[in-house]
Design a protein around this ligand. Sequence first.
Ligand SMILES: Cc1ncc(COP(=O)(O)O)c(C=O)c1O
Length: 311
Amino acid sequence: MKKYLVQGNRYQHPDLTKRFKELAAEYNRVEPEEIFPTPGGDGAIRSVFLNLSMPGDRVVLNHPSYSMYSVYSSFRGLNQVRVPLKEEGDWWKEDWEKLVKEVRDARLVAIDDPNNPTGSPMIMGDEGRLRELVETTKGIVLLDEAYYEFSGYTASRLVSKYPNLMIVRTMSKAFSLASFRVGYLIANRDVVKALEKGSTPFDVALPSLVAGITALENPGYARRIAQEISENREELYRGLVSLGMKTYRSITNFLLFRHSGELVEPLMKRGVAIRNPVRGFYRVSVGTREQCRIFLDKLGEVLENSNTEQG
Ligand SMILES: Cc1ncc(COP(=O)(O)O)c(C=O)c1O
């Protein structure tokens, strides 16, 4: 990156984008023409929502799911249909029958797989189920595999076969490049060509593109991070359970747990940021072992305080 930063006065050479596409294609065993580089995974989601739908179109979402689907749907004036996930023991599952019924007249179906915020697997790259979705809908199935490096499954091999299947990827998670804003869409080559017409070859900034290239040249790093986070996640899971929290299993880099009291503010006061994506549920990111330990200590403190206050 240092080498390239001094060239920031010039527009980046198209060979860099070409290289990124080649590496992302190799990483996913698809063709470079099936890769559309974007500013983060959100850039990929935005491209599809804003370029491939019209106000008034119907968009089908699992609920809960990644918040930006709803943000872009509102911005684009889409009619949102939310299909509630079902709680099944330590996991959450999609309501498959309802989903298939609702996608019939949809322009867009956005599914994060694994799901955020539950951390549960959804379609798991299963061709039979994906075929049912892409053949039932007249629209686009946007499969968001932001957590692919943690889940280990993908539907990327199917984009050449199903032109209305598109896959979102990000380098913000296992590749640890969140602020660089690098991601990409894996889609049928005609879709990529069409989306390229509505963008410029400079949409991913030079430092980010070079960071993305370097990271894809060394995918072992992401594999190690995914492995380490998965181990820490299991420890964090046990810690949460031992604090009495109903905690859901996860195949991502976060855990969802249930608690009826207020946790965001008291934890923030103690230097720990967690999310409250749905009322009564909290989502915590898995960090290093040390960070997980600090979180569990602080959570223990907060719970103890609220027990004494109530007592
Ligand atoms: C399911 C899902 N998709 C996409 C993203 C977007 O990631 P980014 O825009 O940082 O690449 C996130 C981030 O949390 C996510 O959870």
